[in-house]
Design a binder for this molecule. Structure first.
Ligand code: NAD
Length: 322
């Protein structure tokens, strides 16, 4: 099947490209700022430099590659979404709608898109109980509101045109090399400790978190893309419900000499820390990967990335000295 991934060379997009490619699907990565290196080792993956805010770019890609399914991950994330308001409106609102409308016109019935845990707002609104997909949402940032509006429009397209447009509300994604976003410390923490550096967690040790690894996230997107029957419009992703201390302990189990401290003066972050994953587990028949395995893989990748970087630097230093 020919699958178009907008934002296909980004943090999640490049992992989803790998996952779908390994399942024998033909992947077309549509990205305005493609990271060619992220998928360079994969044959039969097309990269199209194009803009989700340009309707004609999407139509052209669908036509050229006979696209059958679409995943839209092209987005402006925080903090940029809160600072560059006009850009965020164009990419996150117009861009998403362009994708829905182009799919409708071209007869594509399945479009998958990324929503976020952030749509719910703060845990306080729900007390201490698990938050469910059918709960009312209370967005408090531009990013949260954009995602909720995307969900609203997806529901309209589904209702009016009989399309299937599932949104995945993703928990905080941990991925080697992740640097962007408020929750990036959960990834940086492993990257730095794997490099032998100390790390100060910018929160208290009892801070409660919901974390998913990028490969599990890609797996869920692949399933939402390929599974024929889906019964719902939005799904909470799988996630580890864990404290900052437990996250650190899981890393220390692999790196016993890791030097980790916490900022005990940090205010409690009142983000969602308790949610239900029952819907996605039942409907997609999925389970989260064991935490130990995920941390091990992340550490191995962090080592490999560092070695690759050191080799690149040595090569360019050599070339300069010639
Ligand atoms: N990373 C997380 O923790 C997380 C959590 C919840 C939801 N999400 C959502 O998942 C999706 C992907 O996030 P990510 O972490 O991979 O982000 P990312 O920034 O790594 O990827 C986004 C990609 O979109 C591309 N892009 C930006 N503007 C574009 C445009 N105008 N046209 C075409 N491409 C454009 C970028 O070049 C980039 O490759 C986003 O919708 C994000 O909101 C991410």
């Amino acid at each position: 099947m020919s699958i178009l991934i907008l934002g296909g060379t980004g943090l999640i997009g490049s992992r989803l490209t790998r996952r779908l490619h390994s399942l024998g699907q033909r992947v077309i990565c549509f990205d305005l700022y493609p990271d060619y290196s992220a998928v360079a080792d994969l044959d039969n993956v097309e990269i199209v430099v194009a803009d989700v805010t340009r309707f004609e770019d999407i139509i052209a890609a669908i036509r050229k590659y006979d696209v059958e399914r679409i995943v839209n991950l092209a987005y402006i994330l925080p903090p940029e979404s809160e600072e560059r308001l006009q850009l965020a409106m164009r990419v996150n609102q117009m861009g998403m709608n362009n994708v829905f409308e182009a799919a409708r016109l071209m007869g594509i019935r399945r479009v998958v898109y990324a929503s976020t845990i952030a749509v719910y707002g703060l845990q306080d609104s729900f007390g201490d109980r698990p938050v469910l997909e059918d709960d009312h949402c209370y967005p408090v940032t531009v990013y949260m509101a954009h995602k909720l509006w995307n969900e609203f429009m997806a529901a309209k397209y589904m209702e009016r045109y009989g399309m299937q447009i599932p949104g995945l509300r993703i928990a905080n994604v941990a991925a080697p090399g992740r640097t962007k976003g408020f929750s990036a410390w959960q990834s940086k923490c492993i990257d730095e400790l794997a490099a032998g550096n100390p790390f100060t967690v910018p929160s208290r040790r009892d801070q409660r978190l919901l974390i998913i690894h990028v490969d599990d996230t890609a797996d869920l997107f692949a399933k939402l893309c390929l599974q024929e029957e889906l019964n719902h419009a939005v799904y909470n992703s799988l996630a580890y419900a864990i404290t900052a201390q437990e996250w650190a302990d899981a890393i220390r189990a692999h790196l016993p000499d890791a030097r980790i401290t916490f900022d005990e003066s940090a205010p409690d972050q009142p983000n969602i820390y308790n949610w239900s994953t029952r819907r996605i587990e039942r409907e997609l028949n999925v389970k989260i990967s064991p935490l130990e395995e995920v941390i091990r893989r992340h550490i191995d990748e962090a080592h490999a990335r560092r070695e690759g970087e050191e080799e690149r630097q040595a090569r360019s230093a050599n070339q300069l000295s010639r």
